[in-house]
Write a protein that binds this ligand. Sequence first.
Ligand SMILES: *[C@@H]1O[C@H](CO)[C@@H](O)[C@H](O)[C@H]1NC(C)=O
Ligand SMILES: *[C@@H]1O[C@H](CO)[C@@H](O)[C@H](O)[C@H]1NC(C)=O
Ligand SMILES: *[C@@H]1O[C@H](CO)[C@@H](O)[C@H](O)[C@H]1NC(C)=O
Length: 433
Amino acid sequence: MYLPAVLNLLQASLSSLTGLLEFGLPASVSPHDFDGFATLSPYHDRAHVPGVAADLPSDCSVDQVMLLHRHGSRGPEWEDKYIQKLVETLDNFSQVIHRAHLPPNLRFLKDGYESDLVPHELTVVGRRQLFDHGVDFALQYPSLSTSVVLSSPVQRVVDSSHYFGHGFFGGDVGKVEFVTVDELDVPVNWITPWKSCSKYSEAKGHAAASAWRSKYVPTITQRLSRQLGFQLSDDDTQGALYACPYDLAAHNESPWCDAFHNHELRSLEYEYDLLMDRISGRMSENDPGPILGSVYVNKLIERFTNATGDAKELYLEFGHDTSILLVLSALGLNKDRTLLPEDHIRTHRKFRTSEQTPFAARMVWEKFSCEKSFRGPQIRLLLNSATYPLTTCQKSLKDREFGSCSVKEFIGANEFSLNVHYGDETWNTTCVD
Ligand SMILES: *[C@@H]1O[C@H](CO)[C@@H](O)[C@H](O)[C@H]1NC(C)=O
Ligand SMILES: *[C@@H]1O[C@H](CO)[C@@H](O)[C@H](O)[C@H]1NC(C)=O
Ligand SMILES: *[C@@H]1O[C@H](CO)[C@@H](O)[C@H](O)[C@H]1NC(C)=O
């Protein structure tokens, strides 16, 4: 149980070492060893938190579950133009590349590099992630079911919900009603709450990512240009960096991943963490993050307390990385004490989307009750299969042992969210111009 953490530490210190001792040949990484591509990471389980039990005591049973699932691996979005430009540049210089003496990790370029990525869409790899997760879920909760699946209206998310549905419901999937949030009659929904917040913007995130890029990309451009024998632009380098995780997302392999040092890929990871940290927001910055995340937290409390008298035993809901990050933000569970810097990597940070929201990330909220171990209904969060300790509402040693807390304490710890209502003063200050 402690091993993964030790290995991670070891890996981290090795990679910072290779960063210091830069001797020409890249310490190349196999994509199979490296899954730290932030929100572009292929799905992988989180490591268990040392000291937190993986399973509930045997006298407890889970009686209600809310799943919030990110769509699976997809094609590029704004990054596509960089990858296309790289392809064009390499094509223009194919004669130079043909004559050049390339190091082994760049020799694949002799055969040319083409890209067939389909922007925005769920990939075959993504399709499998969701089907597998549907199967996993059925095995994990054999006694829970529902007749409704809810998702964001974006096509890759709708597709993801269907592939999950095939895994989970099997042949009965045809009887299930698939609904998208825009069909709900609510002023704000808990999967894409930013749609009801006109001041919400991703501009701060892109500005921070861009500031960080200007620190780390030019050095890589110099190195690659030297190795290839012609001048690349920083845009081309960005294309090459993005090609690595996006090839993995589409094909499970990429020749580009071996073209980079481990510490360069860590910089790419940090670029996306900065982007998402600024987007999903923090209370101290007066950002919409926690306000928007409160919509889900309030839904969670409403359902787990059966406040409306019509709560179901199971909710299967599908959204985006931001959908999940906003919830962690409102709960104060991934917030670093000070803002992540834009000029160097903060290695020790709570905000780490490689762990929190890889493609096909699964956030599972369990309500459980026990004969002896706990008194009253309890809550536990499983994020990507490992308990995410609810540090903000834990009271007893038992709470810490299982990473859980009572529904009562959970409610007490989330007064901030409970006091936010769509269209009230707090909401309007943050969301309305
Ligand atoms: C590739 O060459 C064409 C024709 O000379 C030129 O128009 C284009 O801008 C070049 N593309 C890049 C990315 O350098
Ligand atoms: C919520 O309350 C209603 C009415 O008492 C009940 O029928 C339903 O089963 C409850 N839901 C859950 C999840 O306990
Ligand atoms: C918030 O804004 C909405 C829309 O502009 C408005 O109808 C509502 O009265 C405002 N709420 C408060 C508390 O001012």
